[in-house]
Design a protein around this ligand. Structure first.
Ligand SMILES: Nc1ncnc2c1ncn2[C@@H]1O[C@H](COP(=O)(O)OP(=O)(O)OP(=O)(O)O)[C@@H](O)[C@H]1O
Ligand SMILES: [Mg+2]
Length: 316
């Protein structure tokens, strides 16, 4: 769906994109992460035919974005990181305004806009002035507007920025629904764990380069070693507590994939380098050894740490 090769962008002498390569399949939800100034917005704007590249090629569904910006604008829906000011425009008028830019009939636009406003949960705001909407609502309206011409590719530049947790959740639901509808979506964000939850693949960008990219699972697999297991066991009242904890620690250290065991106040923290299958085997052998386990869970993948690791501590 999107094929970027050797993309380079210079602003004057400044090299913002340096020979960038990126491949995104149809139906993917691709998360673009990187510190401020990495080149995410630049890449997105070029992909949408809004900015000229210095060199390289960008194809959206076989159409050259660099030589056919007008065709690209029909294929792509863009949600910029900055929402403009729309004095005296009501929500439905706003949708009609954007529809007219694509040469659509008012009747068609109204029908499509009805469906889109429902999709983004703004059906009851049709007659409200855009400027009076909350930030979260404006962001969702922006998504609806970007879909008015039924593009195959939706490009969203930090749609979650400035949203509270509830509004983020709502935005995530909207994007999941769009993914289920088969749209290809590119989304940039600084909120990495959130991206991992809803994206099928991610690319980590720094100083104009893509330094890691792939399926979320693959990238996550690389972080597995850093996710400890938390374990709590019910101790017997017959024996000294410390003795029991020590023998449990000893037993754990003998198990495969266990690197280190640390005792905290009320649980044991196990540094574990295995996958989920290995964790299940560990749990079974503890149960078989008659350890009465009351709590056993593995910490979630920490994309934030991975990101800092890969970018050498770069600011997220
Ligand atoms: N119009 C411009 N003129 C000059 N330099 C620019 C221009 N637009 C962007 N840049 C520079 O290009 C680099 C990449 O910017 P870009 O906006 O693409 O980064 P970004 O990854 O989107 O960052 P952020 O996370 O802050 O949105 C930055 O160093 C920026 O200063
Ligand atoms: Mg940006």
């Amino acid at each position: 769906m999107l094929e970027i090769q050797g993309l380079t962008k210079k602003y004057g002498k400044f090299l913002a994109l340096d020979n960038l390569n990126l491949h995104i399949e149809k139906g993917e939800i691709f998360g673009f992460v990187g510190p401020n100034g990495a080149g995410k917005t630049t890449t997105m704007r070029i992909t949408c035919g809004l900015l000229k590249a210095t060199s390289g090629t960008v194809y959206v569904d076989g159409v050259n974005a660099l030589t056919n910006p007008d065709d690209i604008k029909r294929k792509v829906g863009y949600v910029p990181d900055f929402f403009g000011v729309y004095d005296n425009l009501k929500v439905m008028e706003y949708m009609e305004f954007y529809g007219s830019m694509y040469g659509m009939d008012k009747a068609d636009v109204d029908e499509i806009a009805d469906g889109l406003l429902e999709l983004v949960n703004l059906s009851d705001k049709k007659d409200v002035f855009v400027d009076t909407l909350s930030r979260g609502m404006k962001q969702r309206l922006c998504v609806a507007r970007a879909l008015i011409h039924n593009p195959d590719l939706l490009v969203l530049d930090e749609p979650n920025s400035g949203l509270d947790p509830r509004a983020r959740f709502e935005m995530k639901e909207v994007l999941k629904n769009l993914g289920a509808m088969g749209k290809t979506i590119i989304i940039s964000s600084h909120i990495l764990p959130e991206l991992a939850e809803m994206c099928t693949s991610i690319g980590i960008m720094e100083r104009g380069h893509l330094i890691a990219s792939g399926k979320v699972d693959e990238i996550m697999q690389k972080t597995k070693g850093s996710q400890p297991i938390h374990l709590r066991a019910v101790l017997s009242s017959d024996e000294e507590e410390e003795t029991q904890k020590e023998s449990l620690t000893r037993l754990l250290k003998e198990q495969p994939n266990v690197e280190k065991v640390t005792q905290t106040e009320d649980e044991l923290l196990i540094s574990f380098n295995g996958n989920d299958e290995d964790a299940a085997i560990l749990l079974k052998s503890l149960v078989d050894a008659n350890i009465r386990i009351s709590n056993f869970y593995r910490e979630k993948e920490d994309l934030e740490s991975l990101f800092l690791e890969i970018t050498g501590g770069g600011k997220a």
